[in-house]
Design a protein around this ligand. Sequence first.
Ligand code: ATP
Ligand code: MG
Ligand code: MG
Ligand code: MG
Length: 469
Amino acid sequence: MSGVNEIRSTFLDTFAKAGHAVLPSSSLVPKNDPTLMFTNAGMVQFKNVFTGVEKRPYSKATTAQKCVRAGGKHNDLDNVGYTARHLTFFEMLGNFSFGDYFKAEAIELAWNLITKEFALSPENLLVTVYADDDEAAGLWRRIAGFPDGKIIRIGTSDNFWQMGDTGPCGPCSEIFIDRGPGFAGGPPGSPDEDGDRFLEFWNLVFMQYDQVAPGDRRPLPRPSIDTGMGLERMASILQGVPTIYETDLFRSLIEAAAHALGRGPQADNAASYKVVADHLRSTAFLIADGVLPSNEGRGYVLRRIMRRAMRHLELLGTREPVMYRLVPTLVAEMGRSYPELMRAESLIAETLRLEETRFRRTLERGLAILDAESRDLGPGQNLSGETAFTLYDTYGFPLDLTQDALKNRGIGVDTDAFDAAMERQRQAARAAWSGSGEAATETVWYAIRERVGATEFLGYETETAEGIV
Ligand code: ATP
Ligand code: MG
Ligand code: MG
Ligand code: MG
């Protein structure tokens, strides 16, 4: 059986043998890139190398990159705990060619790795290519021996990768495994493609163009390669388990949580354990990279993740801070691969304990209000935006926590009214500020938010560089 640590080193060693420089993961906080909330793909640290702005002493590289997708365009927060394949924090294994090899070698390297090193059987594999990419389709026919039925052509943005409005871009080819009729769902491109049967695990991007300006796309002088394989997804495949959460690492985390709570996971609370395990990882890695919970920007995304986990722990019946007690298990599992976790261990535990203690004071009261106000609501109905705003403003409930709490019952939130209440408070704060000599912290904060824009504050929709691979 292949544990995550073994899979990671097999990937890196294979590409090292093929002449790739093995480089460390970059920070979750992208350097000099205010357009991106968090590093969300392996290519982020190489953006300028692809465009030729930056030169490196190697033309091929391989990494295991820490990624967080919990804000901006690639937001998987709402999927976590509910789909078999999404995490907010995950590791993306990648190989990169900066004007060195291109499509044929990229496909060959990928095919050899998955069928030889990882020994996946070719019958269960299939791929997608961009609709008009005859070259990639031809290569898959030749290298993998696939019939046309296993080379699915997709004409949407799913198979054309773009860094943003401008920058390097190109068609991509995704590799899927068919896990058989025991799982629900159809092949990529079909109406029920979001089921669990066909699992995407690797994306090969053929960097071919530079989008100089909207409507002006030119061929790159040196076509490049950017790939991303989800480590945890590969672990679920190699370990033969139906979801990411049943892999070795997640089993340890979930067991540690069950132990700390003095009870075991049951079918009806499984999602809560999954959310706690995932959110523990994103929290710990974000703190290790210097993000601390706050009311704005990246810190607010972190706070939202922490508080969501705390509500799920409350659902599991705890009245005491628990998250901080799980940190040693995470460090034992991942600290050797990511020494920053070991260095930050006490900061992570202490930050969690403080946040848990503080939020606990309002969590129970807020949940009681949420219960009372949603008691008469049914599927398809909305909680009032005023209530959601009170929960946000007085009880510290991020909007997405409230939405997550109502999701199981099919109840939504009137977000227009929530936004309107937020806007009214902002107006009132502004009026109060212009009238008084000394500004309270809150009003200064609202003024700053006005300048930097509300999206910075909420951490939504600010990304232009998408960093999808
Ligand atoms: P999906 O369609 O399943 O949401 P994606 O197309 O958004 O995945 P890519 O942007 O192509 O994913 O990222 C490359 C690889 O990273 C994916 O093939 C997958 O193996 C992995 N990956 C992407 N998002 C996640 C996630 N939220 N959790 C775990 N692994 C992920
Ligand atoms: Mg996705
Ligand atoms: Mg996809
Ligand atoms: Mg993809």
